[in-house]
Design a protein around this ligand. Sequence first.
Ligand code: ZN
Length: 413
Amino acid sequence: MTNKQHIIDRFVSYVKIDTQSDPNSNATPSTEKQWVLARKLAEELREIGMSDVELDENAYVMATLPATVAHKVPVIGFISHFDTSPDFSGTNVNPQIIEDYDGEDIVLDEEKNIILSPEYFEDLAQYKGQTIITTDGTTLLGADDKAGITEIMTAMQYLLDNPDIPHGKIRICFTPDEEIGRGAHKFDVEKFGAEWAYTMDGSQIGELEFENFHAAQAIVKVQGKSVHPGYAKDKMVNSMYIAQDFINSLPRLETPEHTKGRQGFFHLSSIKGDVEQTQLEYIIRDHDKDHFEARKEMMLDLKNEICAQYGSKCIEIELKDQYANMREKIEPVMHIVEIAEDAMEAVNIEPLIKPIRGGTDGAQLSYMGLPCPNIFAGGHNFHGKYEYIPVESMQKAAEVIVKIAELTSERYQ
Ligand SMILES: [Zn+2]
């Protein structure tokens, strides 16, 4: 359906533009350089013939593909982000294209002995015979999420070139700053005007996600009493020992390194302390709302228990909810997941439905009134030098977009 070389050329033209976002900036977009790709994308959307192409003051790019059918079909949307992760350099990305991959090690950098090996990254083996795009070992690739952009752009062009394919009105949006958790922050849901949408931002082919964590942060401040150690008998209170009690009283096996699937956790991400004061930073994660609330309760109960022992003000906890599981917003509209599943099956992809152990922009958008499951974009090993993507997965993702458009129109006939 889609021309492989066009996809490669398009993808490479995007990843060569550095669009790394910056969590330390309060501006939107967080880095000036994201404008370069935002402008290019707006121009390209006009070139392929999209309507209402708009680049707003925060670098969100929106456009419309008008309906080809007369009957009433809900407006649907497709979304991806053009920034790349601050975790790894995105400067001078130099993609390597490996045709007809032989299933063996791929040497990214001979001199530094950086090797992408299917022995370590087992997923690679399933792409034998395909065209793989990798890095040169010095940067990330940016398939997260320029693959999503490539796929949406390719699908839109295909639908414009084939007006006989029945579909309703489609809206698309490319956002900045997803990697720093702000992709949804300045997303104008009302202007977008879709009944539901899909983020094209998942990993391997087939992924379909509509569940993510409930998330909170807990800052635990422990107050001690510093006294000269030589004269401290019955006077000193060492905040680090109280903090240690707190840490040891939480379930040791309910931590990221001991959990998977739908199991939640407490994650101690930082300790800073001395005798006088110790601060613990936790994140709390759970897919289940009741379990999530119970985890927060457990922390507060523990605080009370320890304070009863060491003094009423010895611990303070600041709890802050960060994001919520989109499942409760998706369940009432499960047909939007079913349409995506049917679309995958129609193009011979087995849907892999699993809960995300993290958050997505789609979760935030779902709570802003735009239900938004996440679909694979095809890349692997995001946010680092081993990132790669099979071109065939991008082709399939573009086909899934086209099929979703078609099936939605059919369903409302
Ligand atoms: Zn992403």
